[in-house]
Design a protein around this ligand. Structure first.
Ligand SMILES: *Cc1c(COP(=O)(O)O)cnc(C)c1O
Length: 493
């Protein structure tokens, strides 16, 4: 029985049975109800005022503590955290944090994330006397395949972010290339040159190639289409394929580039796949969510034919960090196991018979990352995500309209989905882009990130947060007008 404000008989008993329990641990155990209540209140305070909290800070944290011998206990530690950090933590999960591609967290996902911490499962096996958390993960993968309208011949799993998802998919692709030329790279190491074809890979793809020993210099760059596009020129792709004279290769395609959210033509690539022998990977970290909008799902048409797909959940799915999935066609599971299996652990059994995530992805021990996703998908359903995605697209277009109608700004690319890539109008103002962005971010009311696109200094605003509204667009466009007017007046004076 739990008495509010106190502790249960079971807790009292366990304390009595544990005479040597550390004093702070003992006191924390007794005060757990109180501690969690305090954190709940503090969490509500953050969430309820997220729109007013600053999006940037110039404060730096003071000093670095040394480890104390006796510790402070949790209540005192919370006070320390609050006095040193709480006030200067920025609202990166709030409605006007448009830098990078930064998602927020839905209420359901926060609930799921809390429970993940409290239950603290180590998620790997689905069979044997282990826990059931891997079954929750497998169920969540099915829900995600449903959301993305993908067939269930994909095997999926959770990793920390799209970087690790790209890494996982490309690791299996690497093993596939080896098989094609009679090598087992997982066992023998990478002894051959691996052909990588891609146009505008995300930086994390390049990083993954370097981690995998493939070498980021081995990329064969494919041309992009004319007319301000970032999508693969299919005829150049076919030309580069022909130059390989039948050698197997890995094609890394984009389901949403970060600057202009351009998509490769997946229908055309699927056709090439009938003709040529290659591994097809799609990095659809945030662009994959186009499928949730009726008007935009054509962008991913044909993607079900890929061998592997990367999706980030901590972006447009709006669950807390660190959360992403990979989807790899199940027919490649032998290659996946060859890459990731724990070779020296007899208790694991046959990895193909006794399914365990630790033989299918980089990590062994893992928290139950699926739970926040499971909660959010059940809580809001297909319609919930359609609403989130379509709202973000609408707001991106409204913001884009402001840019288009302004004399001082101009779009660097058309708005294809949820990101606005723009700059200051006029060549002579190129060197003022960073000044403008710094002043804007310094207001603490909005956060955007700099970029370079087609040789120009630019600014990106990415809309992926469920909380953002038209009112936020108004606040920001007003600020932008004030700041740009000031900058331009200074020039005249
Ligand atoms: C964000 C992003 C990544 C990297 O994702 P992390 O979650 O930061 O590891 C990879 N690819 C694309 C297209 C992205 O937008």
């Amino acid at each position: 029985m739990i008495r509010r404000g106190g502790c249960s008989e079971t807790v009292t008993r366990s304390i009595n049975n544990h005479a040597k329990m550390n004093e702070h641990l003992k006191n924390d155990l007794i005060a757990l109800d109180n501690l969690l209540e305090k954190v709940k209140e503090q969490g509500l305070e953050y969430l309820n005022n997220i729109s007013e909290r600053r999006t940037s800070t110039k404060n730096i944290t003071s000093g670095i503590l040394t480890l104390s011998v006796n510790g402070l206990g949790t209540a005192e530690t919370l006070k320390q955290f609050n006095s040193r950090f709480d006030q200067i933590i920025v609202s990166s999960s709030g409605p006007r944090f448009w830098g990078f591609v930064t998602g927020g967290s839905t209420p359901a996902s926060i609930v799921g994330d809390w429970l993940t911490t409290i239950y603290d499962q180590n998620t790997f096996a689905t069979q044997g006397q282990g826990d059931i958390s891997a079954s929750i993960e497998l169920e969540t993968i099915q829900l995600l395949l449903d959301l993305f309208e993908l067939p269930n011949d994909f095997l999926g799993g959770f990793v920390t972010g799209a970087t690790m998802s790209n890494f996982t998919c490309l690791a299996v692709a690497r093993q596939w290339i080896g098989k094609e030329i009679g090598k087992d790279f997982a066992k023998e190491g990478v002894s051959e040159n691996i052909n990588i074809l891609t146009a505008i890979p995300h930086s994390s793809v390049v990083k993954s190639l370097s981690l995998l020993g493939v070498g980021s210099n081995n990329i064969i760059k494919i041309k992009v289409l004319n007319d301000n596009r970032e999508a693969i020129d299919i005829s150049d792709l076919e030309k580069k394929i022909d130059e390989l004279r039948g050698e197997p290769f890995i094609l890394i395609s984009s389901g949403g580039t970060v600057n202009t959210v351009d998509f490769d033509d997946f229908v055309a690539i699927a056709k090439l796949k009938e003709k040529y022998n290659f591994w097809w990977h799609i990095d659809a970290a945030f662009g994959g969510f186009a499928v949730c909008s009726k008007a935009h799902k054509y962008l991913v048409e044909g993607w079900e034919n890929a061998d592997s797909i990367t999706i980030d959940c901590h972006k447009w799915l709006n669950v807390p960090y660190e959360n992403a999935v990979f989807f790899v066609k199940e027919k490649h599971k032998h290659l996946q196991v060859e890459t990731f299996q724990n070779s020296n652990a007899p208790y694991l059994g046959n990895p193909l018979e006794n399914f365990s995530y630790l033989n299918f992805l980089p990590e062994n021990s893992r928290r139950l990352k699926a739970l926040p996703v499971w909660f959010s998908l059940l809580a809001y359903g297909r319609k919930g995500y359609q609403d989130i995605v379509e709202n973000c697209i609408l707001l991106a277009n409204q913001f884009g309209e402001f840019i288009n109608n302004s004399n001082y700004f101009e779009l660097l690319a058309p708005i294809r989905l949820n990101t606005v890539c723009f700059t200051l109008a006029g060549k002579e103002n190129q060197q003022k882009v960073i000044t403008f962005l710094t002043l804007l971010n310094d207001t603490g009311k909005v956060f955007m990130t700099p970029t370079i696109y087609n040789g120009k200094n630019g600014i990106r605003a990415a809309f992926v947060n469920w909380r953002t509204t038209e009112n936020d667009i108004e606040i920001v466009t007003k600020l932008m007008t004030e700041i740009i007017n000031k900058i331009m007046q200074q020039v005249i004076e």
